[in-house]
Write a protein that binds this ligand. Structure first.
Ligand code: 8YV
Length: 331
């Protein structure tokens, strides 16, 4: 991209080894205090950077992209999901967009499985009761959860993370069902013992546990709509480690309040970082387990994500196509 040492502006604090490597390779500017950048700071960054490295907490929309300086040629997202970036507007301005796929698959699948176990077996609620001094001793009828083995799991989105979850869930004795835009290969279906549902409605009507593992795109916004959620039976639980926008959060909340669902495990929310008072109330009552977007939050994962960003930036600077280029046709 012409310059030997491009100005790379990173919007959030990254793990030290990643920042160190970036310092060696680029004219890198970091966010020492790690505060989410204000709109004004983002405008300043996009006007001056050769490469912008944003995260899920930065909204890189068409309005912001319109203010990009001529020199901005690459937005190298630190993250897999690119719903925070208007990819089409970026490409129209001649700006390449990359992401970090593959390196957070196992960690996010762990978290999805963890939430399935936590919600089914009331792990967070039980731990909380003990710490609060609410445990008077073992009881045959207290804090009973639901058995996992033998239940039906419906995975919405059978990409890398969906398949990672299926592998784990199979080992827990769950039967695997999935809905995906495209059916996966017969070999993968066989390995996972997975049953494909062309109709999401029909799958939901038959599941005990539903896990959301598809990306958030215009086509998946409120995929689990109020109408669709009604297909679930009252003993079912819903887990989401992808993006809050894929579920109609208000509809889900109403059903949980009304006892029309048994529980939910949510690592993501529709209006992050805001979590509705109603969901917090349900969490306090032990009806839902809520986590602060921790799906990929391992030290190893975040270092791997940083390395992916570095490879994308370096490859691009060397005049080659970066390995993790995102195109609108992929969304
Ligand atoms: C990341 C994520 O931590 O990569 C993703 O899509 O949801 C998270 O696990 C986040 O996006 C970092 O920008």
């Amino acid at each position: 991209m012409g310059k030997i040492n491009p100005l790379v502006i990173v919007t959030r604090k990254l793990p030290e080894p990643v920042e160190e490597r970036m310092r060696e390779l680029f004219d890198a500017r970091f966010n020492e205090t790690d505060h989410p950048m204000t709109h004004a700071e983002l405008v300043e960054a996009i006007r001056t950077a050769d490469v912008l490295v944003p995260t899920v907490t930065d909204r890189i929309d068409a309005h912001l992209i319109a203010q990009a300086g001529e020199q901005l040629k690459l937005i190298a997202n630190f993250g897999n999901g690119v719903d925070n970036i208007d990819v089409t507007s970026a490409l129209r301005r001649g700006i390449t967009v990359t992401n970090t796929p593959g390196v957070l698959t196992e960690d996010t699948a762990d978290m999805a499985m963890g939430l399935i176990v936590a919600v089914s077996r009331r792990i967070v609620e039980g731990a909380g009761a003990l710490v609060e001094g609410g445990w008077t001793g073992w009881s045959p009828t207290w804090m009973l959860g639901r058995r996992i083995t033998g239940k039906r799991l419906g995975i919405v989105g059978m990409g890398r993370i969906g398949q990672g979850l299926a592998r784990r869930a199979k080992a827990f004795g769950l039967s695997i069902h999935y809905h995906n835009r495209r059916r996966v290969s017969a070999a993968v279906e066989q390995e996972l013992g997975a049953t494909y549902f062309d109709s999401l409605d029909q799958m939901l009507a038959r599941m005990d546990i539903v896990s959301v593992n598809c990306p958030h795109t215009p086509g998946t916004f409120h995929l689990l709509s109020a109408r669709r959620l009604k297909y679930l039976h009252s003993g079912a639980i819903v887990v989401n480690t992808s993006r809050g926008e894929i579920i109609d959060e208000n509809a889900l909340t109403r059903m949980l309040e009304a006892g029309e669902l048994a529980g939910a495990g949510l690592d993501v929310f529709e209006h992050e970082p805001a979590v509705s008072a109603k969901l917090l109330k349900l969490a306090k009552a032990g009806k839902v387990t809520l986590l602060p977007h921790l799906g990929s939050a391992t030290l190893e994962g975040r270092i791997d994500m940083g390395e992916k960003v570095i490879i994308n930036v370096k490859t691009f600077m060397d005049g080659h196509r970066p390995p993790d280029r995102v195109l609108p046709s992929m969304l």
